[in-house]
Write a protein that binds this ligand. Structure first.
Ligand code: F6P
Length: 361
C-alpha cells in the first residue's frame, strides 16, 4: 500500500450520462482502495447531492459487477450550483456554503467529478473555492477541451453506426432519402465519425453551416448516377448558413420556434427540393444508454486509475486527460467554459470529403 495524505474522497457524476461512467467509478474506487487505502464517499445525483448532503460510504461491494453496466450507479443531474445561486429556504445557506459544509461533514480530503463541460467548469470553480478537485472527461459528444478523447464517445459512435447500417438496407428497399439525427448539440464529432463509419452520403454538423441547395444538388446527382437512396447524417446542433449569421439570442429563439428537431426540418426541405420521399430517424438516448463498448471500458478504467494517482499525489485542480495516447493533467481552468469543436482543417473532415461525403457547404 502506498502512502498518501488523501484518506477520504467524494465522488460524483454530473451532466448527461454516458457509457463508461460505472467503469470509471470502479477504476477510481478500486485503485484508490487497493493501492492507497482510500475511502470513498458516493454523492448522489451530481452536484445536487453535494449541496443536499445526499452521500453514502462506498463499500467494496458497491463497485463490484458494475464494469459492464450502462448509466451511473451514483445517479446524475444537470444542476449548476454557481448559476443564479439562491439561499436554501430552510438553512439560509447558499449552494457553495452547503457544499463546503457537506465536504467537511463527510471528512472529504478531495472530490472527483466525472462529467462533461458543465461538470468540469463547476469543478474548476470549486477548486478556486478551496476544494481539492480532480475531473474526469465523460461525454458522448467528445467535446471537452484538453483531451483527445472522452469516454462514452466510441460507444455512441458504435450505436449510431449500427443504426446507419440498418437504415441503409431499408433506404435501399424503399428508394428513400433517410435522415438520421444524432446527438451533438455544439460539436459534430459523433455525427462525423458515424457518417464516415456508416458510409453516410451527407453529413451536417455544427462546425460547417449548410446550404440546403448544396445538399439537394448532391442527392439529385446521386439519383442521376443511378443511386436509389441517400443517407443524410444530421447532428442535432447542425445549422444552416442563414442561422450561422444570427446572434446567439436570435438563433436560440429560432430553434425554440422550430416545431420539431433539426432532422425533421432537413428531411422536409429535402423532400420539397428534390421531390424524393424522405424519412427521419432520431437516435436520441439510445446513443447514451446501455453497456459501454470494450474500448470505452478500457479508456474509462485508465482514466479512473489515473485519477486515483492524481488524488494520491495531491495533484488537484486538474482534468485527467488523454493527449497523444498518454494520460496527462490539464488545469480545469483551461477547459472550463469551452467546447472542443472539430477544427475545420482536421484531416478527418478531409478524409470524409475524399470519399465523397457532402458537408452541405
Ligand atoms: O451528453 C451530451 C448530450 O448527449 C448532447 O448531445 C445532448 O444535446 C444532450 O446531452 C441532451 O441531454 P439531456 O436531454 O439529458 O439534457
Amino acid at each position: 500500500m502506498k502512502k498518501t495524505a488523501v484518506k477520504t474522497v467524494g465522488i460524483l457524476t454530473a451532466g448527461g450520462d454516458a457509457p463508461g461512467l460505472n467503469a470509471a467509478i470502479r477504476g477510481v474506487c478500486r485503485s484508490g482502495m487497493i493501492n492507497y487505502g482510500m475511502k470513498f464517499v458516493g454523492i448522489r445525483n451530481g452536484y445536487r447531492g453535494l449541496v443536499e448532503g445526499d452521500c453514502f460510504q462506498i463499500k467494496t461491494g458497491d463497485v463490484a459487477g458494475i464494469l459492464t453496466r450502462g448509466g451511473t450507479i451514483l445517479g446524475t443531474a444537470r444542476d449548476k450550483p454557481f448559476k443564479n445561486p439562491v439561499p436554501d429556504a430552510d438553512t439560509g445557506l447558499l449552494p457553495i456554503e452547503a457544499i463546503k459544509k457537506n465536504y467537511k461533514k463527510w471528512k472529504m480530503d478531495a472530490l472527483v467529478v466525472l462529467g462533461g463541460n458543465g461538470t468540469n467548469t463547476t469543478g474548476s470553480l470549486l477548486f478556486e473555492e478551496g476544494l481539492n478537485v480532480v475531473g474526469l472527461p465523460k461525454t458522448i459528444d467528445n467535446d471537452i477541451v484538453g483531451t483527445d478523447i472522452t469516454f462514452g464517445f466510441h460507444t455512441a459512435v458504435d450505436v449510431a453506426t449500427e443504426a446507419i447500417d440498418r437504415i441503409h438496407t431499408t433506404a435501399h428497399s424503399h428508394s428513400r432519402v433517410m435522415v438520421v439525427e444524432v446527438m451533438g448539440h455544439k460539436a459534430g464529432w459523433l455525427g462525423l465519425y458515424s457518417a464516415i463509419a456508416g458510409g453516410g452520403d451527407v453529413c451536417l454538423i455544427p462546425e460547417i453551416p449548410y446550404d440546403i441547395k448544396s445538399v439537394s444538388k448532391e442527392i439529385l446527382a446521386r439519383r442521376d448516377a443511378g443511386k436509389n437512396f441517400s443517407i443524410v447524417v444530421v447532428a442535432e446542433g447542425a445549422l444552416s448558413k442563414a442561422e450561422a449569421k444570427m446572434t446567439k439570442k436570435e438563433f436560440k429563439k429560432a430553434r425554440l420556434e422550430m416545431p420539431q428537431s433539426i432532422g425533421y426540418r432537413v428531411a422536409h426541405e429535402l423532400e420539397e427540393a428534390t421531390g424524393l420521399e424522405s424519412r427521419v430517424s432520431v437516435l436520441g438516448y439510445l446513443q447514451r444508454g446501455g453497456t459501454p463498448s470494450p474500448y470505452d471500458r478500457v479508456l474509462a478504467n485508465q482514466f479512473g486509475v489515473a485519477a486515483a494517482d492524481f488524488l494520491a499525489r495531491e495533484d488537484f485542480g486538474k482534468l485527467v486527460a488523454m493527449q497523444n495516447n498518454k494520460i496527462v493533467g490539464v488545469p480545469l481552468s483551461e477547459c472550463a467554459g469551452k467546447v472542443k469543436n472539430i477544427p475545420l482543417d482536421d484531416p478527418i473532415i478531409q478524409s470524409g470529403r475524399s470519399v465523397g461525403i457532402c458537408f452541405g457547404d
